[in-house]
Design a protein around this ligand. Structure first.
Ligand SMILES: [Zn+2]
Length: 393
């Protein structure tokens, strides 16, 4: 009998995928052409590996379009308020607030997609899902500055109803306009152009490793395991892809486990023990132990992190009662901002994985550390082998 060795994880292959996604395609904002090209690239790769491949399409309300409508309403209200008396100007603001609130119902829906590739061996008793989102973010600065300007605008409009300002109203509005219009105009422009971030680390890195894992395991999955690789769409706008996948998952769901890869290209490998502050969502302790055991065997350090202000694609799985967890990477440390917050909310881990270029145009391929991709790939392979040996239940 000829025994064929399973292929090895090749970091160079992962880097090739990463470059294609983050440099070749670039921005992959959900619903954009970039995101669709990325999905097509992933689909072609899954097919070329011999995986049973399918695409799940779903609708969502695009942040870019919603922001366009909301911001246009605020700009019109602002300009109108320059010419209106205080009460009418406050009414204009209220109308703009209502339009902004209803924006998600007013705009046409966009389409995104999950790409799914499956490998089986024998009669599977366990389904192991490895997921990573292929869309990139909208850009954090676009959210922060306009929100500050908007808060100033709302505050000033309320004060204007009750107090007489020390300078004439129109001069006051002109001053506010200097702060308000450039940031909102810029936001509108960017939203209109649908520009997003290159997302090399967040999350071309996770997808690149997943694509190489798919090649390595496609023809040699562990016995009695169904390996399911999923590239989720539209994660950055509310975990829409993973929610759609979980909603469409067939029963039974008790023989399923899920490992998510997100932002694994720089820094120390780190398991996410959960996220949230008041409404905490904990990842599976059993899977986290398995990841720790896998890393111990490989002699890799594995940090533990908690993300107070964000969830990843594991979240819909955990909420549906499916054991799920996530691997990320970053500089582990007490953040000046999140450490006190962790204390207030009694979070189990105050150490948070940080990546300073997250959701910015600086998240480019040159920042990625190939060693980090390799560690993740090896750790997930070990985790998959371990899951196959795991006793049932
Ligand atoms: Zn991400």
């Amino acid at each position: 009998m000829v025994v064929v060795d399973a292929p090895k994880f090749e970091t160079l292959h992962a880097i090739k995928h990463l470059e294609k996604l983050a440099s070749g395609i670039g921005s992959r904002l959900a619903g954009s052409r970039g995101e669709r090209w990325a999905a097509e690239y992933i689909e072609r790769h899954f097919r070329s590996c011999g995986l049973e491949t399918s695409v799940q399409e779903f609708d969502f309300v695009s942040d870019a379009l919603r922001v366009c409508v909301g911001t246009s309403a605020f700009i019109v209200a602002f300009i109108a308020s320059l010419f209106l008396p205080p009460v009418e100007s406050a009414i204009a603001l209220v109308v703009a607030l209502i339009i902004n609130g209803l924006a998600s119902k007013l705009v046409p829906k966009s389409t995104s997609q999950n790409v799914i590739g499956i490998a089986r061996c024998g009669k599977p008793k366990l389904r192991v899902i490895v997921g990573a989102h292929h869309d990139s973010a909208f850009g954090r600065k676009l959210h922060t500055f306009p929100m500050l300007a908007l808060a100033t605008f709302v505050g000033a409009s309320i004060l204007r109803l009750f107090f007489e300002p020390p300078i004439p109203w129109h001069a006051y509005w002109a001053l506010l306009g200097v702060m308000f219009l450039p940031s909102h105009g810029w936001r509108l422009l960017i939203a209109g152009l649908k520009r997003g971030c290159p997302g090399a680390n967040d999350n071309a890195s996770g997808v690149a490793v997943m694509l190489e894992l798919a090649r390595v395991t496609a023809r040699h999955p562990p016995p009695n395991v169904e390996l399911c690789f999923i590239a989720f769409g539209c994660e950055e706008q509310g975990l829409v892809g993973s929610r759609a996948f979980v909603a469409g998952m067939p029963e039974p769901r008790d023989k399923v486990m899920m490992l998510n890869l997100d932002t694994i290209g720089v820094g120390e490998l780190c398991v996410i023990e959960g996220g949230g502050t008041m409404r905490k969502c904990k990842t599976s302790a059993r899977l986290n132990h398995m990841l720790a055991a896998s890393c111990k065997r490989l002699k890799f350090r594995l940090g533990r992190g908690w993300t107070p202000f964000s969830f990843h694609d594991y979240h819909p799985f955990v909420r549906a009662g499916i054991p799920a967890t996530a691997l990320t990477a970053g500089k582990l440390g007490k953040s000046r901002f999140t450490h006190p917050i962790s204390k207030v909310y009694g979070l189990p881990v105050s150490r948070v994985p940080r990546y300073s270029y997250a959701h910015s145009s600086g998240d480019t391929v040159d920042k990625i550390d190939p060693a980090s991709l390799e560690r993740t790939g090896m750790a997930v392979l070990e985790f998959i082998q371990l899951s196959a040996k795991m006793p049932k239940g």
